[in-house]
Design a protein around this ligand. Structure first.
Ligand code: SF4
Length: 445
């Protein structure tokens, strides 16, 4: 076995505090692409534990952790493909006409890195999509073989939305439901680790990434809206905004080490912008930082005021994604947008100087009961403004208002097993995913 390199460990110089390893598992899926993806919940948890006194490290299976790792050439602004290895399709999805793969670091490199390290006292595992749990299970199996005494803790979106399934299927010592910065979860975690009772701020450090070509900014948790198809309200029951100085400090750390691409992770970036967003942009403009900002999460078009658009343009926003969802304004599954708000918002963006080609519009696709005509007319609507439509394949979210309708319309048992909630199989589209239909819609974009 080659001598695999060590990952970065961050110590607090406090004695007798545990050593905690965070792992972001591989993705097991039909498709995966890095749109500025980072396990923000896991990173914030590790950052907070380091503030308490723990020694912390991160092994992100979706990041080239070591210099000699083979990784596909990045695309624009830090996005790009992951390495992939084809693997058998999960049980029940054998007939899906797509290839299934493990995305991320080489399996043996991860195994080697784990074997090479001093066993941590705790491993924290994150999960993003509910249907990515096979990647999580693969990491857990590896950990159980390599570390005999290490306690394994799982959190993130999968157990938060599918607790019963997680309890039945994961061989772990603790499962956390909901965000770790919530007082009850933080107390549960720190007690389990035998840490002193303490309260630390919600912080995000990107020190775990040795040489990142992008970084993320998260100024808030949750969203004040509760759209029928969305997980935000279930994951974060309260909308919370962070102190401006903390966000700025985190940004500055990465800026000073040469990072120039930053993706905002907020679900409601423009809500109450006076709290931190406006002061942040004003500071960036005043200091003359040359950066590119990206908004992979759709922006609330109703909050695109003239002033906000001008600030965003001056500060260096490059990739703009708008949450249109549907052009049928009279029967929406949300209350976040009217036609008038759309017209005003996009006019403000263009007048502020944004190029139409930098503006992408998210359109929900394969919702239960949705007609092809609605999707096509929404594509035409977005194109009539000169914007690029992006089909956002619908993912059924357990606990959301739309989930029961999704269950009734799906050809898959989406309630029984989260593996069937994968948006790549179009779980609620009549007949499921097909290449013919995919190119039919692609041709119209
Ligand atoms: S506005 Fe966006 S983030 Fe908020 S609930 Fe609706 S879809 Fe989710």
């Amino acid at each position: 076995m080659p001598n695999w390199p060590e990952i970065i460990w961050i110590s607090s110089n406090k004695k007798d505090f545990p050593r905690v390893l965070g792992i972001n598992p591989w993705i097991y899926d039909f498709a995966a692409y890095n749109f500025w993806a980072r396990p923000v919940g896991l990173i914030s948890c590790l950052t907070m534990l380091q503030l308490v006194g723990c020694e912390v490290g991160l092994l992100d299976c979706l990041y080239p952790m070591w210099r000699d790792v083979k990784w596909p050439r990045p695309a624009r602004y830090g996005t790009g493909p992951y390495p992939r290895v084809e693997i058998p399709k999960p049980y029940g999805l054998e007939k899906v006409p797509r290839k299934f793969a493990r995305y991320g670091l080489d399996f043996n490199a991860v195994k080697g890195a784990l074997r090479n390290m001093i066993p941590p006292d705790f491993v924290l595992l994150s999960t993003v999509m509910t249907y990515w749990y096979p990647g999580l299970i693969a990491v857990i199996e590896l950990l159980r073989k390599i570390f005999k005494k290490t306690k394994i803790i799982v959190g993130g979106i999968y157990p938060t939305l599918c607790m019963d399934h997680a309890k039945k299927n994961l061989d772990v010592d603790l499962i956390i439901k909901g965000p770790v910065e919530r007082d009850d979860n933080w107390n549960l975690l720190t007690q389990f680790m035998g840490l002193p009772r303490c309260k630390v701020p919600f912080r995000i450090s990107s020190k775990f990434y040795p040489d990142p070509n992008f970084s993320i900014i998260l100024g808030s948790r949750g969203c004040p809206f509760s759209c029928e198809y969305c997980a935000s309200k279930i994951l974060y029951s309260n909308f919370m905004q962070r102190p401006f100085e903390d966000i700025y400090e985190e940004f500055l750390f990465d800026y000073n080490r040469g990072v120039r691409d930053f993706a905002f992770y907020d679900d409601a970036l423009l809500f109450h912008p006076e709290k931190w967003f406006v002061p942040f942009l004003e500071r960036v403009i005043k200091k003359g930082y040359k950066v590119r900002f990206h908004t992979p999460n759709g922006l609330h078009i109703r909050y695109l005021t003239k002033d906000i658009c001008v600030l965003m343009k001056k500060a260096g926003f490059k990739t703009i994604r708008l949450g249109l969802e549907t052009g049928n304004f009279l029967s929406r599954l949300d209350k976040k947008l009217t036609k008038d708000q759309w017209d005003i918002g996009v006019k403000n963006l263009i007048e502020a100087g944004f190029n139409k080609e930098d503006i992408g519009v998210y359109i929900l696709f394969a919702l239960p009961g949705q007609s092809d005509e609605e999707v096509i007319s929404t594509i035409e609507f977005a194109k009539s403004y000169g914007f690029r439509p992006h089909l956002a394949y619908f993912t059924p979210i357990p606990g959301s208002k739309l989930f029961q309708r999704a269950r009734a319309s799906s050809i898959y048992p989406i309630e029984e097993d989260p593996i069937f909630q994968n948006n790549a199989i179009w779980p609620c589209y009549p007949g499921g995913f097909s290449w013919e239909k995919r190119s039919f819609f692609r041709q119209r974009i």
